[in-house]
Design a binder for this molecule. Sequence first.
Ligand code: AMP
Ligand code: GLY
Length: 418
Amino acid sequence: MKVLVVGGGGREHAICWKLAQSPRVTELYCAPGNAGIAQVATCVPIKATDVDAMVAWAKENAMDFVMVAPDDPLALGMVDALEAVGIAAFGPRANAAIIEASKAFSKELMKKYNIPTAKYETFTELDKALAYIRAQGAPIVVKADGLALGKGVVVAATVEEAEQAVREMMEDKKFGASGSTVVIEECMVGPEVTVLAFCDGEHLVPMLSSQDHKRAYDGNKGPNTGGMGAFCPSPNYTPEVAAFCEKNIFQPTVNALKAEGRPFKGVIYFGLMLTKDGPRVVEYNARFGDPETQPILSMLDTDLMDIFQACVDGTLDKVDIKWKKGAACCIVLASGGYPVSYQSGYPISGLEEAGKNATVFHAGTKVNDKGEIVNAGGRVLGVTVTGDSLSDAISKAYAAAKPITWTDMHYRTDIGKV
Ligand code: AMP
Ligand code: GLY
C-alpha cells in the first residue's frame, strides 16, 4: 500500500515509525515531515493545512490511504475532501472533528448525553460573561471556544484573572474568531489522565492510559507548552477507573456522536480529571496527542496499519489489539526559551549515540546546508524508551537522552515523577 501521513511533529514521526514496520505498507510518505521522519518516509513539502494541495498530491501520486494526524486539517475537512476523490482516509470528518474544534459543541454534547464533565455556561456577550464570573467567584476556568494551539484555556485563581482572560478573548481577540464564544466552567481538582481510543464510528478500543506534562519547567512550573514529556500507562488509571470511564464516558461519547449523525472514525483523545466525585471529561481532542503518542505507540504490538484500516472499514471489533507489558516514557528536548521565543538553526550532537538506547522521535528538526541536523522548532526531540516498569522506563529515557545536546537546549528532569 502507498500511505501518506499528514503532519510533521513528534507524533507523526511515531506514527510513521510504526507504520514503516507494517509489511502492508510498501511506500510511506509524510507531508511535510521533518528530518527524523525522512529516515523512515519520503517527505513531501506540502503544509499540513493546505487541503487542496494535499488532496491533489495524494490523487496524482495514487495514495491508497491517508492518515491525517493534526487538529487543523481535520477541522478544515481534509478527510471529507480525500473521501470525495475516493481515497481512504483515517481521521474524523469535519462534522465529528468538531468535538475538538468547538468546546461549546462538546460541552453541549456531554450535557445532552449525561457524560460527566464540569458544570459550565457558554457566552457570546462580554457583559454576560463578566457577570457570570462575578456571580460564580474563583477559582474558575475560562476557555476560548475554538482551536487556540492549546493556549485558549485559563484556570483563573481570582475573579480579576478570569475577567482579564475573558476580555483578552472577547474584546482584544487574542485568539481571533476562536475566542468570540467562550465557555466558562467550574474548576475541577484531581489528577489528570489521558486515554486515547481507536474508533470506527461505532466501536471503540481504548489504548494504554497516559499522562503528559504541559508546564515548561520542573515541578509543573512555568508557562503551558505543547507537552514536555509523557509516559504510559498512568498508575492513576486503575481497573475501577477504567471500568467507570468505559461505561459512562467512552462508549456513550461514540454513541452520542453516531446518534447526532456525526459518526467518529479515528482517534478520540479523552482528557480526564479524576475528581473526588469520580472521573470527569476535561476535554476531547479529535486526534492522537503529542507527545502521548510517542510512548503509547512504542508499547503497541499490533500492526498499526491493520488498526487504521479497521477503523476506516468499521471492523475494529474484529482486531485484537495487543500491548507490551511494562511502561514507556518520552522526554521532550526543547529549544532554549520555548514556549516563548527561541533561536533555531543550532546543530544537534549525540543523536546517534542516543539512538542506540532509545527511539529518538524528531519534532522540530531540519537538515541545514551543511547536512547537519539542526533545531527548527520549540519542541525538538522526544527521547522514548520502554521498560519493565515506569521507574525503569524513566531512568532509561534520561540515561539515553544524556549524549544529546545543542546550544540552549532545555528539558524537564521530572517527567513521570510529578
Ligand atoms: P484543555 O485545553 O481543555 O485540555 O485545558 C488545558 C488544561 O487546563 C487541562 O489539561 C487542565 O489542566 C486545565 N483545565 C481545563 N479545564 C479545567 C477545569 N474545568 N478544571 C480544572 N482544570 C481545567
Ligand atoms: N498533549 C496534549 C495534546 O496533544 O493535546
